[in-house]
Write a protein that binds this ligand. Structure first.
Ligand code: SAH
Length: 205
C-alpha cells in the first residue's frame, strides 16, 4: 500500500495556500468541549493538525499537546504563528509521518479532524492500528466524522459511522457517544458528527 505518495501533494497544497479545509480558527466543538471540562488531561495528539488552532486552544498546564503534520511548510508556519503565545510551553508542532512516527510516550487523548477523511478507504485499517498503538489504555479518541455524505472520490473521502465502528471496535475501542455536531461550520452541518471512543483498559477477547 502506497501511503507515502500524497506526501509531496499535501506539502504542495500548503505551499500554494490551497487549504480549503482550514477554518481559520479553532474548531467550535473542540473549544466547547475544552471549556466545559470534558476533555481528558494528560498528553494529547492531533495528527494531521494543519495550522493547528485546536492544538493551541486545548493546550494547558494539565494537557500537553503534540500537533503532528508531515508538511514541512505547514509545521514551519504553525511554529511561527504560535510559538510566542503564553501557553507555548504546553504544545509542540512536529514534522512527522503519522504512519511511521514512534513517540517516546503514548497519549491520553487523540483528536482526529479532517484526517481520517484524507485517506483512501484502503488506508483506514492502518489509521486504526496507529490510533490503537498510540493511545494509552483508558485514553479517549475523538473523531469529528466528516463528510457523512455520498460524494465519490476525495480527499476528503466519504466517511460513515459504521466505517469507524468496524475499524475501532475490534481493536478494543468502545463508543462513548456519537452525536451530530451542532457546532459544525455551516457548509458541514448535517454531514458531521462527533464520535467519542474509549480505549478499553483490557482487550475483551
Ligand atoms: N486537521 C486540520 C488539517 C486537515 S488536512 C484541519 O482540519 O484543519 C489534512 C492534513 O493532514 C494536512 O495538513 C496534511 O499535510 C496532513 N497529513 C496527511 N497525511 C499525513 C501523514 N501521513 N502524517 C502526518 N500528517 C499528514
Amino acid at each position: 500500500m502506497d501511503i507515502k505518495e500524497p506526501h509531496g501533494g499535501w506539502d504542495k497544497l500548503w505551499v500554494e495556500g490551497r487549504t480549503l479545509w482550514d477554518l481559520g480558527e479553532a474548531t467550535p466543538i473542540v473549544v466547547h468541549l475544552c471549556e466545559t471540562g470534558s476533555l481528558p488531561n494528560g498528553r494529547a495528539l492531533i495528527p494531521g493538525c494543519g495550522t493547528g488552532y485546536d492544538v493551541v486552544v486545548i493546550a494547558s498546564p494539565d494537557r500537553y499537546v503534540v500537533g503532528l503534520d508531515f508538511s514541512k511548510t505547514s509545521v514551519e508556519r504553525s511554529k511561527k504563528m504560535f510559538s510566542s503565545l503564553p501557553n507555548s510551553k504546553h504544545f509542540s508542532f512536529l514534522e512527522e509521518d503519522f504512519f511511521t512516527w514512534e513517540p517516546s510516550e503514548k497519549f491520553d487523548l487523540i483528536l482526529d479532524y479532517n484526517f481520517f477523511c484524507a485517506f483512501e478507504p484502503k488506508v483506514r485499517p492502518l489509521w486504526a492500528k496507529r490510533m490503537q498503538e498510540l493511545m494509552n489504555p483508558g485514553g479517549e479518541l475523538i473523531t469529528l466524522m466528516f463528510p457523512l455524505d455520498d460524494r465519490v472520490g476525495g480527499p476528503p473521502y466519504q466517511v460513515s459511522v459504521s466505517a469507524y465502528e468496524e475499524l475501532l471496535i475490534p481493536l478494543g475501542f468502545e463508543v462513548i457517544s456519537i452525536v451530530d455536531n451542532e457546532l459544525a461550520a455551516d457548509s458541514r452541518k448535517g454531514i458531521e458528527k462527533v464520535g467519542r471512543w474509549k480505549k478499553k483498559k483490557k482487550r475483551s477477547e
